[in-house]
Design a protein around this ligand. Sequence first.
Ligand code: NI
Length: 221
Amino acid sequence: MLTKNMNKREVINNTARYARETLEGEASGHNWWHVYRVWKMAQNIGQKENADMLVVELAALLHDIADYKMHDGDDSVGSIVAREWLEKQSVDEDIISHVCEIIKEASFKGAKVETKINTIEGKVVQDADRLDAIGAIGIARNFAYGGAKNIEIYNPEVKPELHESFEKYKKNTDPINHFYEKLLLLKDLMNTESGKVIAQGRHEIMEQFLKDFFNEWGGKA
Ligand code: NI
């Protein structure tokens, strides 16, 4: 699988260190701890789905290495940066190209934009990434992202939109609209059976949160 003296665990550990150094302290929700959670969830789901765990773990660790939201909307930067890193680690070409394909395909591009993921490894990483966008952590990340972009928590005069193109989706909206434009849609977009079960529980947490939010907004107890 790997050339010369580097074994799989060593490459994964080096990659975890690299991702941590690169993303440490990034405040908008795509920081190292997001990547850490996606990595752990991808291990959990990947094992149940009998995926190739080297590909799963590397793709999970590198999936936000140069996130498009931080690079003026260029969604190809991530796979280029990941490729450079994996070549330095002497990883085989078939693994590098699989990992890079997952990084390119895994991100959400708008409610009505289809993203196709072909391999079980890609499906696992996409599910793990999406699971971190929902539930209690998803709520926290959503507001952290809005804060980093200087957006108010909610403006009742701006209605949510289901985006037909990635270009339109990239415009920032307030965090409450973001629940309707993305986060509440994710449970029906899960690829794997284990992902679906976890997503259902996290979805209910968000629904309860929104119910409370609007009650409080309207002055109810
Ligand atoms: Ni991510």
